[in-house]
Design a protein. Structure first.
Length: 122
């Protein structure tokens, strides 16, 4: 995996890169190509959401513009905090028959919505 850092996210990401903060994220490859950690465990990230700590540049999330340091605030209208929360919300949308699920992200000082497929890649 390659770390992708935008200027607005450098403060949060710098702590990860220096090794002063170890994210509580899974090291398994996720269906989206993301590793996440609760925001309250990353210096400067705030208290809400799940922070993107690593991203697979060839993954589905990278294709949709996710970058290291982004904070996922909601998935399908549900507040999330952990990687598990994110994938449970996606699974719930899939079980409801949705083809896509909308995530609310914070990127630097900007909040935006991103739609991702609810079904895992085949």
């Amino acid at each position: 995996m390659v770390d992708v850092v935008r200027p607005a996210a450098k403060g949060r990401a710098a702590a990860l890169q220096r090794g002063t903060q170890q994210p509580a994220a899974s090291r398994d490859q996720s269906p989206l190509g993301l590793e996440l950690a609760p925001a309250d465990t990353i210096p400067g990230a705030g208290r809400q959401g799940a922070v993107v700590t690593r991203i697979d540049p060839n993954g589905r999330a990278a294709d949709r513009g996710f970058e290291q340091g982004d904070i996922i605030l909601e998935v399908g209208g549900q507040s999330v905090r952990t990687e598990s929360d994110v994938y449970e919300a996606i699974s719930g949308a899939r079980k409801q028959g949705r083809q896509n699920v909308v995530m609310r992200l914070k990127s630097g000082d900007t909040k935006r919505f991103v739609a991702i497929p609810a079904n895992p890649p085949t």
